[in-house]
Design a protein around this ligand. Structure first.
Ligand code: GAL
Length: 420
């Protein structure tokens, strides 16, 4: 039974329409998300404030856990109980799975009144539509293939900002010799795979990345370049803290911010922590494309999928959320705090810092060719079942210093096959 059928069976056992929460007269919108780090909570606050300003009640349902696995578990059990929230952070192909269950509501009225088709990147709008109708509203564009650097630490260690994988290892050696933790990393499957996917992009290039994670092509998954990628991953693990198991990504970010570590391989939500610590992009810290991935852009777009509701006032609140999410003031304030790019394409980018401006430039460049690729680790490239299979192989490999890269590549392909 595939993921859709499993979920469909479970949901059909529950009632068809969600029971709406006890609503205040003016309408309540409950939002399930996993934006709980200091910087991310500040970003969510901007949305809450706008909804409240519009006279609605915001019900926060924040489920801690980077990458959202815990939030997805909560969402599934709420759906099975016939009581999903009004809005939930759901991404990529997963939106189609929820759409197929018949639980999502159509947002066409809000979308056409506010010209979403014109405002959003044309190549990507199918992500938020089910059966031709908008069922989710995107809020941002995160770039995953970043490397975050503390320049003071680099200077003390005499390390050079790396542009290639060889230079990355050379910088890590210098940092290590100077007594720093070269690479801050939290040992959680989604973080392990965030590093892995950037390595795949670097070693196989954007076309190879696409073949591996979108086409799930067996030859690519087991080929010489994939083995080379696992070798590089094993080498990188040697620069990570051996006691990293379970560490949250924002704790790892704090190690770089406070100068304990030199670098972090993470998407640009990491910038939300630098911003919250009042650090300035370009001087207090540097963001560079992950070595060897210049010109490519792995995207991770946060979006709020909207569930069918029955209470008329709550529906008004839900529509307000959908509208506000793409308005300029929210796109500015939210993304300045979140570290991402506005998803709305007509924004004045001078209001954003050096990293986000670079991200906007690279997004536009990458969109012209093959450089724009969906993030595997952040639910944009495949079903959650396939992603889970990749996570298992990658984390098992990373946690076993003696693991064999050639065997891992074979396991990767076999695990993906079994999950489909
Ligand atoms: C991603 C999500 C980001 C950020 C990150 C860390 O999957 O898209 O918005 O929250 O996880 O939790």
């Amino acid at each position: 039974m595939n993921a859709i059928t499993r979920l469909a069976t479970a949901v059909s056992l529950a009632c068809a329409l969600p029971l709406s929460a006890v609503a205040a007269d003016n309408g309540t919108v409950e939002v399930l998300h996993w934006w709980t780090s200091g910087g991310e909570a500040a970003a969510v606050q901007t949305l809450k404030q706008q909804i409240e300003k519009d006279g609605f009640t915001w019900k926060d349902n924040a489920v801690a856990g980077g990458g959202g696995a815990a939030a997805m578990t909560v969402l599934k059990s709420r759906a099975v109980a016939g009581n999903p929230p009004a809005a939930a952070q759901i991404k990529g192909p997963d939106i189609q799975e929820w759409g197929a269950l018949g639980l999502l509501t159509e947002l066409d009225e809000v979308a056409s009144a506010n010209h979403w088709d014109q405002l959003l990147p044309a190549k990507l709008t199918p992500i938020w539509k089910y059966d031709g109708h908008y069922v989710a509203v995107p809020v941002n564009i995160h770039r995953v293939n970043w490397l975050w650097i503390n320049p003071q630490v680099f200077e003390k260690a005499g390390a050079k900002v790396p542009e290639t994988l060889d230079e990355l290892f050379a910088a890590a050696d210098k940092l290590k010799a100077a007594g720093f933790q070269p690479l801050a990393h939290g040992g959680q499957p989604w973080q392990d795979s965030t590093v892995f996917e950037s390595l795949v992009l670097s070693v196989l290039g954007p076309q190879g990345y696409h073949k591996a994670f979108v086409e799930l092509d067996e030859q690519t998954l087991t080929g010489a370049k994939m083995i080379e990628t696992f070798q590089a991953l094993q080498r990188l693990a040697g620069y990570m803290d051996p006691n990293r198991a379970g560490r949250d990504w924002n704790i790892a970010a704090a190690e770089v911010i406070t100068g304990k570590a030199g670098m972090q391989i993470m998407g640009d939500w990491a910038k939300s922590e630098w911003t919250a610590a009042h650090k300035v992009a370009g001087s207090d810290y540097q963001c560079v494309p992950f070595p060897g991935t210049q010109g490519s852009f792995t995207y991770n777009i946060d979006s709020l999928a909207m569930f069918k509701l029955s209470n008329a006032n709550d529906i008004k609140a839900q529509n307000d959320l959908a509208k506000v999410a793409l308005e300029k003031p929210f796109q500015t304030a939210f993304n300045q705090n979140k570290g991402s790019l506005p998803v709305r394409q007509d924004m004045d980018m001078s209001q954003f810092d050096a990293c986000t401006q670079r991200s906007a430039k690279d997004f536009a460049e990458a969109s012209k060719g093959d450089g724009l690729q969906p993030s595997m680790a952040h639910n944009m490239a495949s079903s959650l079942a396939v992603q889970g299979a990749i996570f298992d192989v990658v984390s098992n490999f990373l946690n076993d210093p003696k693991a064999d890269p050639a065997k891992a590549a074979k396991q990767l392909s076999a695990a993906i096959k079994a999950s489909r």
